[in-house]
Design a protein around this ligand. Structure first.
Ligand code: C2E
Ligand code: MG
Ligand code: MG
Ligand code: MG
Length: 283
């Protein structure tokens, strides 16, 4: 009986492995094709200045458009691209597409200061990241001061001197650096002193239960105060309600992003959204 069980386990183990390998390869092929055949699309979510209610920029967020028009969210394929290494090509594609869209909006007379683009941990570890970004800026004659790279705390940790060096070099290009999902990375706060950062993006998990959750409210208020004290811009992610907005604005949070203002929208919908929201959304 033990023998049978062993055999069963082994065969189900190997079939499970081949199953997983097949799914992995299949996903890899499809994602590569998606990239080559222009099935990826970049959506943009407005970033709002909470003092003035003005839209100061956008965050680029990638989606995978299926043949039937449905959209696969990034969480369903970015981790795979990270694992397979395709993230480098994918990240380059998003960056360059977003730069082109942004330049087109500016050429049309829209005042936007910031294009925020997410960098995955693996992209951040890439030794030629800095020359890569520099080349993209050069290729599109993109104003470096308008580009903001979003990096998670997790991506910075365990990198030793590399993280600090890479961040310094990126800053030297003239662009800006934001910590994404701030507060979720299980990291020490010491890096805030060492790294040349411009912005903290308070993770939406802290914003979600404002202002009823007392502990959550205290944490957010403390993060805002700390960020301000360190001379960083503080942006709250995931603002969905007026209550959350007024709590954040009262505590001095500089900026926000969330469904209350706008969901991420396709490129074609950003200008109409800006047109409709000329009167400040805030207040
Ligand atoms: P993120 O960078 O933290 O982006 C914010 C996410 O929160 C986006 O999800 C956005 O749609 C969502 N969000 C914004 N406002 C609200 C709100 O009010 N309520 C709620 N519930 N959600 C809100 P999305 O677009 O699904 O992206 C998820 C994550 O995928 C991003 O989190 C980012 O880590 C990653 N990602 C997206 N695009 C890229 C990319 O081009 N490159 C890389 N490396 N990662 C990307
Ligand atoms: Mg982000
Ligand atoms: Mg985030
Ligand atoms: Mg997030």
């Amino acid at each position: 009986q033990a023998k049978d069980a062993g055999r069963n386990t082994l065969s189900s183990y190997t079939s499970d492995l081949t199953d997983r390998a097949r799914r992995y390869l299949n996903m890899d092929v499809r994602l590569r094709q998606a990239l080559e055949q222009d099935q990826l699309v970049v959506f943009y979510q407005p970033l709002l200045d909470l003092d003035t209610g003005r839209c100061s920029g956008v965050e680029a967020l990638v989606r995978w458009q299926q043949a039937d028009g449905s959209l696969v969210p990034p969480m369903d394929f970015i981790p795979h691209a990270e694992q397979s290494g395709l993230i480098h090509a994918l990240g380059d594609w998003v960056l360059e597409r977003a730069m082109q869209d942004f330049l087109r909006w500016r050429a049309a007379g829209v005042e936007l200061d910031t294009l925020a683009v997410n960098l995955s941990p693996r992209q951040f570890m890439q030794p030629d990241l800095v020359s890569h970004i520099a080349a993209a800026l050069e290729r599109w004659r993109f104003p470096a001061a308008c580009l903001e790279l979003e990096i998670t705390e997790t991506a910075l940790m365990g990198q030793g001197a590399h993280a600090e060096e890479a961040l310094q070099e990126l800053k030297a290009l003239g662009l800006r650096l934001a910590i994404d999902d701030f507060g979720t990375g299980y990291s020490s706060l010491a890096y805030l002193k060492r790294f040349p950062l411009d912005k903290l993006k308070v993770d939406q998990s802290f914003v979600r239960d404002l202002p009823d959750d007392v502990a959550g409210s205290e944490i957010v208020a403390a993060v805002i105060a700390m960020g301000r004290g360190l001379g960083l811009q503080v942006l709250a992610e995931g603002i969905e309600s007026r209550h959350q907005l007024s709590f954040l604005a009262e505590r001095g949070c500089h900026a926000g992003q969330g469904y209350l203002f706008s969901r991420p929208v396709p490129e074609s919908q950003l200008l109409p959204w800006l047109e409709n929201n000329k009167a400040p959304v805030v207040q």
